[in-house]
Design a protein around this ligand. Structure first.
Ligand code: NAD
Ligand code: UDP
Length: 319
């Protein structure tokens, strides 16, 4: 089985690559390194079943594969808003190119879609049947609408060309290999706490998110690809926390004396988010197994190691 993993050098992609390689499969990892790092997959470089391609999915590519795991797209608001036109191109053209490839070679394609398709939801928690409340012209729209048209493309390729698709709606996921400057809330809070800085709540911190540990997510992703349900399917951890609760959890783990400070809430920031996962439980027999409290432990250890390495490199440069 030849697997093409687009965005394979990124946070989620590299954990997926690990699982596929450990299962004895062939993996082609494709990335343009916008937010991915070679170090995330360096353990496989030189392995006979592993290939690495620097490529941008907005350009077509021809290769042979059986399965396409289409993850290439920046996921952090900071990164996807850096060049929103490029984000929209990546979502539309990238998905279009990968579906074209899937059609040519007869591969099955799994799209890493997002809970962002629900926008700032008026229905809570969110089942797959909810059609969402998305601003078409705001600062998050490049990503939210990009993923919505990517889902549309998948279903049109299925209807018109019988391409086998799997559409997964991922809710906020965290874990080792997030970038320290990623900008997402879990990495921000942990890095701030480890550096002894105040934790930055955007708004009053009463907005909610539901956080899934990356190992649980990858397990759901593999089951969805292997199974027969096309989706869209929510994969996430229904444990819902306010952002203030998350800050308090992280602070308690690292340094309880640190202050929480409030910063302006970004435009269109969703007030609440929680997945209904009945479909994944029924169709895949999947449920998350790692609580936020437990998932934070290896995540904090990861960032501690990364910050220690950065500090020793800085000392090396000064010496
Ligand atoms: P990430 O930013 O760590 O990974 C994205 C990867 O895609 C990076 O390696 C990046 O370099 C690569 N990439 C970006 N644009 C590209 C392009 N034009 N061509 C080739 N490669 C490109 O983010 P992640 O958290 O690992 O997210 C992976 C996927 O899952 C994304 O599609 C994201 O939208 C989706 N998702 C993630 C979350 C989450 O909480 N992590 C939530 C919802 C959806
Ligand atoms: N957030 C925060 N402080 C930070 C980073 C983010 O309070 O330093 C908030 C952000 O406003 C949002 C939530 O945390 O309400 C989750 O943000 P993230 O960027 O991780 O993901 P998304 O908004 O895409 O769910």
């Amino acid at each position: 089985m030849i697997n093409l993993v687009t965005g394979g050098a990124g946070f989620v992609g590299s954990h997926l690559v690990d699982r596929l390689m450990q299962a004895g499969q062939e993996v082609i990892c494709l990335d343009n390194y916008f937010t991915g790092r070679k170090s995330n997959i360096s353990q496989w470089i030189g392995h006979p079943r592993f290939e690495l391609i620097r490529h941008d999915v907005t350009d077509p590519i021809r290769l042979e594969c059986d399965r396409i795991w289409h993850l290439a797209c920046p996921a952090s608001p900071v990164h996807y808003q850096f060049n929103p036109i490029k984000t929209a191109k990546t979502s539309f053209l990238g998905t279009y190119n990968m579906l074209g490839l899937a059609r040519r070679v007869g591969a099955r394609l799994l799209l890493a879609s997002t809970s962002e398709v629900y926008g700032d939801p008026e229905v809570h928690p969110q089942p797959e049947s909810y059609r969402g409340c998305v601003n078409t012209i705001g600062i998050r729209s490049c990503y939210d609408e990009g993923k919505r048209i990517a889902e549309t493309l998948c279903f049109d390729y299925q209807r018109m060309h019988d391409v086998e698709i799997r559409v997964m709606r991922i809710f906020n996921t965290y874990g080792p290999r997030m970038l320290p400057d990623d900008g997402r809330v879990v990495s921000n809070f942990i890095v701030q706490a480890l550096k002894g800085e105040p934790l930055t709540l955007y708004g009053d911190g009463s907005q909610t998110r539901s956080f899934c540990f990356v190992d649980d997510l990858v397990e759901g992703m593999i089951r969805l690809m292997d199974g027969s349900h096309t989706g869209p399917m929510n994969i996430g951890n229904p444990g819902e926390f306010t952002i203030r609760q998350l800050a308090e959890l992280v602070r308690a783990r690292i340094n309880p004396d640190l202050p929480l400070i409030e910063k302006p809430l970004p435009a269109d920031d969703p007030l609440q988010r929680q997945p209904v996962i009945d479909l994944a439980q029924r169709e895949l027999g999947w449920s998350p197994t790692v609580s936020l409290e437990n998932g934070l432990i290896p995540t904090i250890e990861w960032f501690r190691k990364v910050l220690d390495q950065q500090a020793s490199q800085t000392q090396g440069v000064r010496a």
